[in-house]
Design a protein around this ligand. Structure first.
Ligand SMILES: Nc1ncnc2c1ncn2[C@@H]1O[C@H](COP(=O)(O)OP(=O)(O)OP(=O)(O)O)[C@@H](O)[C@H]1O
Ligand code: SF4
Ligand code: SF4
Ligand SMILES: [Mg+2]
Length: 331
């Protein structure tokens, strides 16, 4: 490719562009009719992405190209001219203001110049634009800024937020219709495989009428609640060793062991778990405790009721965790 064939320096868009189809049609048309188009709007609303899209669509209409100048990192207003000149490839001439040299260089060109992020240098950007527009009839400008440049011939386009679902909308099965939701889902699924599906299920209306009478079994490898098991003769398997509590990354288990006596025997060995508590305000259901248990005293069930409206009932003691003796012997 010859040097002269390079007709735009616009950066590649970082990801897919969502929505704004009608806006883009109108804006591309406007670029043909207005000399200075300013895309105005709050930070993050999408001005830069819109400008890049417009550029991509109209570059072919400008024989001398479409050039993108990012002013975002400039701190000194008097450097606006040199930033533009270096992008277009115009060098300073000794003893002559660079703005004049730039204006001369652009005078006979048919070129689109996009100045991105003008707000913090607004006066300087406006002055430069005014000067260049005055001497270059074939020049078209696009600016992105949080406020208008206030130059003659400026058309201010207020950039609106991406379309949102109307307030009170409940049927989100067709969430794809709303641009902001589409953008959120696209970005989330790009970084987390399968998220788009999850996203749709997030907004599906839950069926609560059968809950909790008809429980759905947990998926394979998912855990429900804990259970402390017994031997067939009714004695407890837990020996109060505390290994489950040590293994728990959430500090959700509290165990106090004690000795069995000849008069009071709870487990076949010397010791048993006298106090055993699991705090379901902390438990994350990781299952490490059951891996750590040397006696298989602790296992996890398919029960997944883990919510309550008070703290005390979320700390389960042995009375709830230990399988009733009669049930264990029947199994
Ligand atoms: N239509 C869109 N499609 C895809 N991504 C978008 C769209 N609009 C905005 N974004 C993304 O949202 C973010 C903010 O957009 P952008 O940088 O264009 O906003 P801005 O108005 O120029 O913000 P600032 O005022 O801070 O410069 C970016 O990550 C951009 O990629
Ligand atoms: S499942 Fe995990 S977080 Fe819950 S008690 Fe066991 S080890 Fe702790
Ligand atoms: S449940 Fe298992 S690991 Fe935990 S104290 Fe009892 S025997 Fe030890
Ligand atoms: Mg921007």
């Amino acid at each position: 490719m010859r040097y002269t064939e390079i007709r735009t320096n616009a950066p590649q868009e970082p990801n897919s562009f969502v929505g704004r189809e009608r806006e883009l049609d109108e804006l591309r048309r406007l670029v043909g009719t207005t000399r200075a188009l300013t895309l105005c709007g709050a930070g993050g609303i999408g001005k830069t992405r819109l400008a890049l899209r417009i550029l991509a669509g109209v570059t072919d209409d400008f024989p001398d190209g479409a050039w993108f100048v990012d002013l975002g990192d400039l701190r000194q207003p008097d450097l606006v001219v040199s930033r533009i000149a270096s992008v277009i490839g115009v060098s300073e001439e000794p003893g002559r203001p660079l703005l004049e040299t730039l204006a001369d260089a652009l005078a006979s060109r048919q070129l689109l110049l996009a100045l991105d992020n003008c707000e913090h240098l607004i006066e300087s950007a406006a002055r430069v634009c005014q000067r260049l527009l005055a001497s270059a009839p074939g020049l078209r400008l696009i600016a992105t800024s949080r406020e208008p440049l206030r130059v003659a011939a400026e058309t201010v386009w207020q950039v609106q937020p991406l379309g949102l679902a109307p307030v009170g909308a409940s049927a989100l099965e067709d969430a794809d219709r709303y641009e902001a939701i589409r953008l959120f889902a696209e970005r989330a699924s790009a970084s987390l495989a399968g998220f788009a599906v999850t996203f749709r299920t997030m907004f599906r209306k839950p069926h609560t009428e059968f809950y909790p009478e008809q429980k759905v079994p947990t998926a394979p490898r998912y855990h429900g609640r804990h259970q402390l098991n017994r031997y067939p003769d009714g004695l407890e398997k837990c020996i109060g060793c505390e290994l489950c509590a040590w293994a728990c990354p959430a500090d959700a288990i509290y165990v106090e062991g004690d000795n069995n006596t000849e008069h009071e025997r709870f487990s076949p060995g010397e010791r048993y778990g006298r106090v055993y508590q699991i705090n379901y305000l902390r438990c994350i259901g990781c299952g490490l405790c059951i891996e750590a248990c040397p006696t298989r005293a602790l296992t996890m069930t398919n029960e997944y009721e883990m919510a309550d409206d008070n703290r005390a009932d979320l700390i389960w003691g042995k009375d709830k965790l230990l399988v009733p003796a009669e049930l264990e012997t029947r199994r």
